[in-house]
Design a protein around this ligand. Sequence first.
Ligand code: GLU
Length: 305
Amino acid sequence: MVTGRFAPTPSGRLHLGNILCCMLAYLSARSQGGRFLLRIEDLDVPRCPRRLSLQCIEDLRWFGFRWDGPVLWQSERTEVYKSVLDDLENQGLTYPCFCTRADLHPELAPNLGDTQVIYSRKCATLSPSEILEKSKTRSPAIRLRVPNQEIRFMDILQGEVCENLERECGDFVIRRSDGLFGYQLAVVVDDAVSGMTEVVRGRDILTSTPRQIFLQRCLGYPQPRYAHIPLLTDAAGRRLSKRQRDADLSALARVYRPDQLLGLLAQAAGLQDEPRPATLEDLLPGFDWKKIPASEIRLPELDLS
Ligand code: GLU
C-alpha cells in the first residue's frame, strides 16, 4: 500500500516551508489512496523539547492534516536502533572512530559540498588492542564503511541522482560518540518499519539519500521512491528560515486562516492558478507531481499588517 509521511525535526516552530513539504507529501499519498504517517524526529532531545513537538502537532492539525495511526517518536526508539546497529556490526560493516572534532579538521579531504567532508579512514585500521586502549579514555563514534560504488536513483522531481559513496561521501557516522544515533540510521530504520513507499522532503536533504539507500541495501530493506522538493523562498527569492518572522506560523496564524495559507502555497507550487483559499480536500483531485517545479517555489508577498 502506498505510504507517505511527514517527519519534522521540532527544534523550532514550523514554518511555511515545512507546511509546503507536509502538504505535498500528504497530497501525493492521499491522491493514490495511500496512508499518511507523522513521525517526530526528536532524537536530539535537548534540541527538540516536547513542548515544541506538541506545538508542531497542533500546527499540523490547524492546517487540517490528519495521519493514520499514532505519531511515531524517534526519541522512544533507541532500542530498535541499537539492534539494527548490532546487525551492521555483525556484518563487519562498522568500526569505532575515536577522532575528535579537532582531530578531524586537519584530516579533512577537499570539501566537496556544503556538508560533505570525506573522512580519512584513520580509525578504520585500528587493531583490537588499539581499540581497547583508546576506549579507556574516550567513547567512540561508530562509522559505516562505504564501498567504492555508485548509488543511483531516480528522484520524482530532481531526476537521476548518482553518487560514489567512497569518493564523494566517505565513511559516515551512524552513532555519535555521545551515544546519539545518527539521522541517517534512524530515518532508514523508521521508514522501513513503517512500510514507507514514498519519501517527500526538502532538497537540502538530497545529499543524504545515497547514504540512506546504501543502508537500506545493507539491511535488506526495500527502497521507497523519493521526491526532493525545492526550498520555499520569499517573494524576493530569499530562502525562508525558522528565524524569519514572515514564515513563522505564530505571526501568520494571527492574520491568515489555514485555507488561505494552503491556497497561497498551492499557487506557489503550481497546483492552482490563483491564490484562492483551499483545503487539503480541495487540492486532492488536482494534485500531480508534473505540476510541481523542481528548482524553486516562491511565495507571493505576505501581508502581516
Ligand atoms: N527531520 C528532517 C527535517 O526536518 C526530515 C527528514 C526526512 O524527511 O527524511 O529536515
